[in-house]
Write a protein of this length. Structure first.
Length: 291
C-alpha cells in the first residue's frame, strides 16, 4: 500500500493484524518523503541553497535603493520566502557575513519547519544556536569546516551533500570560515562556491572536474577575465554557470573593475561565457535541466 498526498510533518500510523489466524507476519514497511518529480526536487534544492546565500546582499542593496518603499518590497519578499519554507528541507550558508547569512532568519525557518536542517560553518552555526531556544535546535544544526583539500559528507532526506573548505582570502583578521557546497539530488549536482578567493590549485585539490557538475554558482570575479577560464574549464567543468555576488548599480567603482559599470560588467560576463545565467531580480527563478 502506498499513501500519497500527506503534508510534510509528523504522522501516526496504526497497524492492526486482521485475519490470518494470528500467523501472518508483517513483512515490513517504510516511510519516506518523495518530491513529486526529480526536476521539482532539484528546483527546490536550488532555491533553498541560493536563498540564504544571496538574500542578505539583496536586502542590503534594495534597502539602499528603495528608501521609504523598502518596507512594502520587504513584505512581498517575505511572503515569497514563507511560501517556500514548508518545502525546504536543507538550509545552507557558506559563511557568517551579513550579506549572505542571517541567524534570525535561519532560526525562524527551523522553528517553522520541524523537518529542515541547517548546515554551515562553526561560526554561523554558533550564531544560530545563540538565538531563542528551540527543543531540537542543536540536533538540526550541523557545523562543518573540514581541512583544506578534504570533503565532509552528509546525507539529508535523500540529498547528498559534500562540504569543501575554500578560503575567503588568506589575509583577513579575524579569519572568516567559508565553505563550498556540492549538492547531489538523484545525480543532479549543484556546486556553490560561496565567497571564495581560492586559486586554481586550491580548487584542483578537490578534483571537482570529475564530479560531472550540472550547475555551478560562481562569484563574478572568477568570470571577468578570460585568463581565469582555466579555473572554470579545468578545475570545475560545469554544465551551466550562474554568476553571483554581482554588485548593485550604485556600488563603488572598484566593484566593477575595468568594466566600469554594471551594464558593462554583465555584458562582459555574457561575452566570456555565452549562456551564463544572471538573475537580476530578487526571488527570480529559472529551470535548468540536464541534456
Amino acid at each position: 500500500m502506498r499513501r500519497d498526498g500527506l503534508a510534510p510533518g509528523v504522522h501516526t500510523v496504526d497497524i492492526v493484524a486482521a485475519r490470518g489466524w494470528d500467523q501472518w507476519a508483517l513483512k515490513g514497511f517504510s516511510v519516506g518523503y518523495q518530491p513529486a518529480s526529480r526536476i521539482t526536487a532539484v528546483q527546490w534544492a536550488l532555491a533553498a541553497a541560493a536563498l540564504l546565500l544571496v538574500a542578505g546582499a539583496v536586502l542590503v542593496a534594495r534597502r539602499q535603493e528603495l528608501g521609504a518603499d523598502y518596507r512594502r518590497w520587504w513584505m512581498t519578499a517575505r511572503g515569497s520566502f514563507l511560501a517556500l519554507s514548508d518545502r525546504v528541507q536543507l538550509v545552507l550558508a557558506t559563511h557568517d557575513h551579513a550579506d549572505h547569512f542571517d541567524a534570525g532568519a535561519v532560526w525562524r525557518h527551523l522553528d517553522h519547519n520541524a523537518l529542515s536542517v541547517f548546515v554551515s560553518t562553526p561560526q554561523a552555526v554558533a550564531r544560530v544556536r545563540a538565538t531563542p531556544s528551540t527543543p531540537d535546535l542543536e540536533e538540526r544544526t550541523y557545523a562543518t569546516f573540514p581541512p583544506e583539500g578534504q570533503r565532509e559528507k552528509f546525507a539529508v532526506e535523500g540529498i547528498d551533500l559534500d562540504v569543501l573548505n575554500l578560503h575567503h582570502g588568506t589575509d583577513r583578521d579575524p579569519p572568516v570560515e567559508n565553505v563550498a557546497f556540492l549538492v547531489d539530488i538523484e545525480g543532479f549536482r549543484v556546486l556553490h562556491l560561496g565567497d571564495t578567493e581560492a586559486s586554481v590549485e586550491d580548487l584542483s585539490a578537490y578534483e571537482l572536474s570529475a564530479d560531472s557538475i550540472d550547475v555551478a554558482f560562481v562569484p563574478y570575479w572568477y568570470l571577468m577575465d578570460p585568463s581565469d577560464r582555466r579555473i572554470i574549464d579545468a578545475a570545475i567543468k560545469p554544465g551551466h554557470i550562474v554568476a553571483m555576488h554581482i554588485p548593485v548599480e550604485n556600488a563603488a567603482p572598484s566593484y566593477f573593475g575595468s568594466a566600469g559599470s554594471l551594464a558593462a560588467l554583465e555584458a562582459r560576463l555574457r561575452e566570456n561565457y555565452p549562456g551564463i545565467l544572471i538573475l537580476q531580480e530578487p526571488f527570480a527563478s529559472t529551470r535548468i535541466e540536464r541534456p
